[in-house]
Design a protein around this ligand. Sequence first.
Ligand code: ZN
Length: 387
Amino acid sequence: GGNTSAKGVATDPVTGADVDLMWVKGSGGDLGTLTESGLAVLRLDRLRALADVYPGDEREDEMVAAFDFCAHGKGGAAPSIDTAMHGLLDAAHVDHLHPDSGIALATAADGERLTAECFGDAVVWVPWRRPGFRLGLDIAALKSAHPRAIGCVLGGHGITAWGDTSAECERNSLYIIRAAEKFIAARFDPDEHPFGAPIRGWEALPEDERRARAAELAPVIRGLASTDRPQPGHFTDSATVLDFLSRVEHPRLAELGTSCPDHFLRTKVRPLVLDLPPNAPLDAVITRLCELHTNYRAEYAAYYDRHAEPASPAMRGADPAIVLVPGVGMFSFGKDKQTARVAGEFYVNAINVMRGAETISTYAPIDEREKFRIEYWALEEAKLARQ
Ligand SMILES: [Zn+2]
């Protein structure tokens, strides 16, 4: 996930004069497969002039519509919600990324202090704020106030790095990611495992038994996850998933849910977690999964009702995107095979984030209301429709 941008000068075909432009990854799509058609091209003078008419936090969405009036030529791809962050920052190259180590710092309860401990004044802390124009203004102001900074940690979310050249920006991004990895690794103590002690009898089943159990459960779980609409599923029994599910803290952490907007838009706010040991009889497991699924749907509807406003999009479906089965693995679901696989990959990222945050501090994701506002934000709805 994430996005990247470059600023440069081109000739305005209307006037023949130089014009300052920004090329930024558009909404939707993936950085790994980005081509020119995935870039939005905007005039910097007009984009930056938006700061003078910014009407305040409550009318953030109008700013995304205003980006269309900053387009150069046909403008390329639809600008994303992160366009302001890229455009308002006074740096030729900007990367915005969601690396596990960076989100671990971003979701640590005392992330601000730990960021300072890890990076000194090279990387600045930005408190959680929903992606949008205000976040762009905040980061631009922080960069001006900290001229030696190479980037920032965005509380609850990820990282942003900048540089004068593409190579410098990449170097700064990688520096932040690796320094955060080293910071976490230096504090990891296997005797005080961040996910707690292993639960006796909850270790992974041997591979052949695990796969056999997964094959027995796959149609049942896929049927449950397809209550609202049919969903293809994906299965993984990676060591990361199995280790998480074998330790005492996994129910508490899973309940807290994912934090990075990029993650929970795919994984839903929280997974469904089976609370039976790996050796439980199959019929008991199926009965329990059905009960948990009924509870999950009721809780999801309650979450929607707690936070929905009259203008909110309709509830998208109450089935889980992630189902965790201790000793066996993880089933993930989405509208097609690729989306189902990516949901699972993002939950593995979320496990890594929780392990990192709990290694250095306490995992403290953004609160449920903020998650709802992003999950049911009309603009994100438009982005998901493009993916
Ligand atoms: Zn982001």
